[in-house]
Design a protein around this ligand. Structure first.
Ligand SMILES: NC(=O)c1ccc[n+]([C@@H]2O[C@H](COP(=O)([O-])OP(=O)(O)OC[C@H]3O[C@@H](n4cnc5c(N)ncnc54)[C@H](O)[C@@H]3O)[C@@H](O)[C@H]2O)c1
Length: 336
């Protein structure tokens, strides 16, 4: 079977991980990486033995590039996605789909017209804990969903590093919004939210947002997202989710039950990542690898990806409603 030629656009925090995984996956070939940061770009290309590009259009013009991971800042998602779809390239776009519904629709229209495989990086659906929980929910094991309650806390270095010009809900909370919608399998009809911004407000982002959602069939959900925890906590991200059904209960806790903790005199307690993108012997695995493998399989077998563009748009709609509610101090009703 022909190898799938892949390009990675943006090689910052998450794009460097996409590139590293593609470089080691069978059945695909990492053709090139694009980034405007020359130093980072050349270091990555040398390490992974692929071609450097500073203009992504030159990368996606190539006939040997069949698919791309777009790992650019949020503001660049719409332009790059439309360009890649118009050139007939299969796309894995990092979350969020976009930060306005108009931009979401521009992307989805371009994708629909091109017939390419398109998916959005809602990574946690590939984390075995959430994937197992989903199987229980869909098998009817906990009955009808009554409530989904999620909280995700980032470190303050992430707030300062990634917070400028974005919302904690787009960077952090949207992961749980996507999971909540996936588990509830129902349409959100009303969103209310509050925010705190005493620490990071000067960057144009929030310290924390707490949002609640009412679903059409009666269930309720809440997503809390923050990024002001002291880095010395050592956990990277800590998160929890409870799913309450009328016949059962599921609890996911990424704070207390990490399974591995390390103490060093210099760094204190560390809780290394075992699920998202753990690295062993120079090979990166975890949920991100599972997501990239899935993307390649969908291209090869022409099957629909686990995360559709429409689902990614719904998550954006809930986040936008939460941010509007938090700003105006009133609940926001979502259209059908
Ligand atoms: N799935 C996840 O768990 C996860 C985690 C982190 C980030 N993300 C998402 O991934 C996206 C990227 O986030 P990040 O943290 O990697 O950001 P980042 O700032 O670390 O990386 C972005 C890279 O894009 C490059 N870039 C910017 N404009 C460019 C252009 N026009 N052409 C080429 N390169 C350009 C920058 O130089 C930088 O290297 C965001 O949408 C973010 O929400 C997802």
């Amino acid at each position: 079977m022909k190898e799938i030629g892949v390009g990675v656009i943006g090689t910052g925090f998450i794009g460097s991980k996409h590139a590293e995984i593609y470089a080691s996956l069978e059945g695909c070939r990492l053709v090139g990486i694009c980034d405007v940061n020359q130093e980072r770009l050349h270091a990555q290309c040398e390490k992974l033995h692929c071609r450097p590009f500073t203009d992504y259009r030159e990368l996606v013009e190539r006939d040997d590039v069949d698919a791309v991971s777009i790992c650019l800042p949020e503001a660049n998602h719409v332009g790059a996605s439309v360009d890649c779809a118009q050139r007939g390239k299969h796309i894995l776009l990092e979350k969020p789909l976009a930060t306005s519904l108009e931009d979401c629709d521009r992307i989805l229209e371009a994708v629909a017209g091109s017939g390419v495989t398109f998916t959005v990086g809602h990574l946690l659906r590939f984390d075995p804990k959430y994937a197992q929980a989903y199987e229980y929910v869909r098998s009817g094991g906990i009955g009808n969903i009554v409530q989904v309650k999620a909280q995700r806390n980032g470190m303050i270095s992430a707030g300062y590093g990634a917070g400028r010009g974005t919302s904690v809900m787009f960077h952090v909370g949207i992961h749980d919004v996507d999971l909540m919608l996936w588990f509830a399998d129902d349409s959100p009809i009303r969103v209310s939210a509050e925010k705190a911004d005493g620490v990071l407000g000067s960057l144009g982002t929030e310290d924390a947002v707490l949002s609640t959602v009412k679903f059409r069939k009666g269930a309720i959900g809440s997503v809390g997202a923050s990024w002001v925890l002291n880095d010395r906590l050592g956990s990277g991200v800590n998160a929890s989710m409870e799913i309450i059904g009328d016949k059962g209960y599921i609890s996911i806790d990424l704070g207390a039950e990490r399974g591995l903790r390390v103490f060093s005199d210099s760094d204190g307690w560390l809780f290394p990542d075992l699920w998202h993108w753990p690295s062993f012997g120079g090979t990166m695995g975890g949920a991100l690898e599972a997501q990239l493998r899935h993307f390649l399989r969908c291209i090869r077998e022409q099957t629909p990806p686990l995360v559709s563009g429409a689902e990614a748009r719904s998550a954006v709609a809930v986040v936008l409603a939460a941010l509007e509610s938090a700003s105006k101090g009133v609940p926001v009703t979502l259209g059908s």
